[in-house]
Design a protein around this ligand. Structure first.
Ligand code: PLP
Length: 410
């Protein structure tokens, strides 16, 4: 763990947390509990991804990874557009920009969502089933408004040289590959629906960058076949998101440069003239810009195991418990001690980091090594920017929500 901590240290964020601790002391506020987003780091990472993409490729941000309007606003000048999975996300994006391109995806779209998405001028809708396609056509016709769609396809084939199977698995997403001819015939019969291409998102949190690019090769080959078989003229292939983040082994990461190198080769071999390649990434863009900070409220030893209890927990940050990993963190030492009795501490031992909820599942890291930890110190959890706050059950036990802070806003 100590090695991990050295590798992680986000210096600027640490000084910011120290400022928060100082402020808390001066104003006698409640224990520290917050999300901190480094918008400068976010812009830099997104810019690096976008700048390296080959011609005819564009990057959309998948808002469900973190729908915070400040993050959306920071990404607005950098990404091509946003992928939304509900009308709520579409509204959030439209509050930041009246005209940025939006792709509307997700299974289970309601009629009212489709209707409002059309009103709010989304660029594309991903049709996830034949029934949904019919409803999109019916609503578009009633509105006398043309709508551009991509068919989301769940492929049946696997990549021959892949070490992991990436499709051919039943899921609730998309249209079965064997229904592609039927789906194309259906779109062609709908006067207000224009088939602009295909969408495939078969992998999530993939750490193998070259494999990811080869998956795109498979997509391109499939699309090429459908274009020929059905004499289609299309403009987009959306290859989804799924660029991965390793939370526990920081040596393993999705090597972006390898992905780009392999993608260039793939495009040389399989490029379809006139077809733009879209990526809609969430986790990879925002995970590293977010931090969760929480003060240690208690330290105890129970049946020979050490526990630190923090002001906060999985109701704010459910990711580690839902993925069953130890969230990486560093200890920020706070020397101030307000009480007239001795301070409990642990040195060079393993501690389980638990939250303030009355459930044994409220654990952010299990038996991890700490050099020195005291009640009143503050834990800074890293890689908390994606699928953190919004996947958590905020109001279980009715504790106050964390504060939200943003650094490097411009
Ligand atoms: C969730 C999702 C994404 C984003 O996935 P990440 O793993 O965060 O990159 C992209 N496309 C679709 C269709 C999704 O459901």
């Amino acid at each position: 763990m100590s090695q991990l901590v050295t590798a992680l240290s986000g210096g600027q964020v640490v000084s910011y947390v120290e400022k928060l601790i100082q402020q808390k002391r001066e104003r006698e506020q409640q224990p520290v509990c917050a999300y901190i987003y480094d918008l400068g780091a976010l812009r830099e990472r997104a810019q690096r991804c976008v700048s390296s993409l080959p011609d005819d490729c564009s990057l959309f941000y998948a808002v469900k990874a973190n729908p915070d309007p400040q993050l959306i606003a920071s990404l607005l000048p950098i990404v091509k557009g946003f992928e939304a999975a509900s009308i709520g996300e579409i509204r959030t994006i439209r509050e930041v920009s009246a005209d940025v391109p939006i792709i509307f995806g997700g299974p289970g779209k309601k009629d009212a969502e489709i209707e409002e998405a059309l009103e709010r001028n989304v660029m594309l809708i991903h049709a996830e089933s034949l029934h949904e396609l019919q409803r999109i056509g019916w609503i578009a016709e009633r509105r006398q408004q043309r709508v551009a769609i991509l068919l989301r396809i769940n492929l049946r084939r696997t990549l021959p040289e892949a070490s992991i199977t990436m499709s051919g698995r039943p899921t609730q997403f998309g249209i079965d590959e064997i229904q592609v001819p039927e789906a194309i015939r259906l779109v062609q019969s709908l006067p207000f629906v224009q088939l602009e291409g295909f969408h495939m998102h078969s992998l999530s949190n993939n750490l193998d960058a070259r494999l990811h690019a080869r998956m795109v090769a498979t997509y391109l080959q499939c699309v090429q076949t459908w274009i020929q078989e059905h004499s289609l003229s299309i403009r987009y292939l959306n290859a989804g998101g799924g660029f991965g983040i390793s939370y526990t082994d920081l040596e393993r990461r999705f090597e972006w440069n390898d992905f780009i190198e392999e993608l260039q080769q793939v495009l040389e071999d399989y490029r379809i003239p006139g077809v733009q390649l879209i990526f809609e990434s969430g986790r990879y863009i925002v995970a590293h810009c977010g931090y969760y900070v929480a003060e240690v409220i208690d330290l105890k030893t129970n049946h020979d195991q050490h526990y630190a209890i923090i002001r906060g927990g999985t109701h704010h940050f459910r990711l580690p418990v839902s993925w069953q990993h130890n969230q990486p963190f560093e200890v920020i030492a706070v020397d101030d001690w307000p009480y007239p009795f001795p301070r409990t501490e642990r040195r060079q031992t393993s501690v389980t980091i638990a939250g303030e909820l009355c459930t044994p599942k409220d654990v952010l890291a299990h038996e991890v090594h700490v050099e020195h930890l005291r009640i009143g110190d503050v834990l800074l959890f890293h890689i908390a920017g994606a699928y953190g706050w919004t996947i958590s059950h905020h109001d279980f036990l009715s504790h106050p929500h964390p504060h939200f802070y943003y650094i490097n806003q411009t």
